[in-house]
Design a protein around this ligand. Structure first.
Ligand SMILES: C[S@@+](CC[C@H](N)C(=O)[O-])C[C@H]1O[C@@H](n2cnc3c(N)ncnc32)[C@H](O)[C@@H]1O
Length: 284
């Protein structure tokens, strides 16, 4: 079979399976199978696909047709300009989580956080995306990262090593901030699980079927993890330290209520106008 034919037939197969953006997915998985760029696909439609390549492409397409996200099939996702390894033990990093990084950098660059000896902890690090981005952007900061999932921490450690940041981030398997030194952090940063089980039918099928349930769902309302995180962050932060969390529109009001006793509470929207980052400051 030729490359051009293989691509056309893959697009038909993914369309029939109702996979969104079938052409983009068929191209991505063919590029992954042949280890080539997009230009190569269109420059060589007459290139013969070997039997072994056909088998691998067929397997990838079958996984995608069963709603497996393309990132878990290729094993990669980009975040903050870094290529990260992902597998079904971790949430696939989302572009909107980059707003968390931007918020922290704005607070630091605006002089609203102390630079020398800055200590940051990323709670629920998953792939390590937030911890890695902050370690990269803030070379003098001491970065810690926690997760309750040992399998997720394995991925995060591999990503840190891949980006030569393994010496910069201290990973720890724990429940939120349990066991971390009190009153010692300038930033507690987190993209915690925040989807409510009551919203489950509005969550994309791919997410429900393939992403780790404990990374996505917090409990019945979506506020359950944040509710526990806020008092723990209060204890872990230095006076005047910042709590920066990713949230959703559904829990924005509830989050504000839980932060009622904090200073400088601000909720900023993402590019789609959805409340996405809640930042707040511990009193001095
Ligand atoms: C929404 S994911 C975020 C992953 C990553 N930080 C990101 O932004 O892509 C939430 C993460 O929190 C972890 N988690 C869930 N409950 C936790 C808990 N009680 N303590 C620590 N980590 C937890 C999950 O294993 C998952 O990796």
């Amino acid at each position: 079979m030729f490359l051009g034919e293989a691509l056309k037939s893959a697009i038909r197969r993914l369309t029939a399976a109702r996979v969104p953006s079938p052409r983009m997915n068929a191209e991505l998985l063919l590029r992954f199978t042949l280890d080539c760029d997009r230009a190569y696909l269109y420059a060589h439609p007459e290139r013969e696909i070997t039997a072994e390549e056909q088998t691998r492409y067929g397997k990838a397409l079958a996984q995608r047709a069963r709603s497996m996200p393309a990132q878990y099939i290729t094993g990669h996702q980009e975040f903050w300009g870094m290529d990260l390894i992902v597998n079904p033990a971790v949430l696939i990093p989302r572009p909107e989580t980059e707003h968390v990084i931007e918020t922290v950098l704005q607070l630091v660059n605006g002089g609203r956080a102390s630079l020398p000896g800055m200590r940051i902890v990323d709670v629920g690090t998953g792939s390590g995306c937030i911890a890695l981005a902050l370690a990269k952007e803030l070379p003098d900061a001491e970065v810690h990262a926690t997760d309750i999932s040992p399998a997720a921490l394995e991925v995060a450690r591999a990503n840190a090593a891949r980006h030569q940041l393994e010496g910069r981030i201290e990973f720890r398997e724990t429940d939120l901030l349990e066991g971390l030194e009190p009153a010692s952090f300038d930033f507690v940063v987190s993209n915690p699980p925040y989807v409510g089980e009551s919203e489950e039918d509005q969550v994309q099928l791919e997410v429900r079927k393939c992403e780790p349930r404990d990374a996505v769902f917090a409990g019945p309302t979506g506020l359950e993890v944040i509710e526990r995180l806020i008092p723990q962050a209060q204890a872990a932060l230095k006076p005047g330290g910042w709590l920066v969390m990713e949230i959703s529109g559904t829990i924005a009001q509830g989050t504000r209520r839980l932060l009622a006793r904090w200073n400088d509470v601000e909720v900023t929207n993402d590019l789609q106008g959805i409340p996405r980052v809640a930042s707040s400051r511990k009193h001095e």
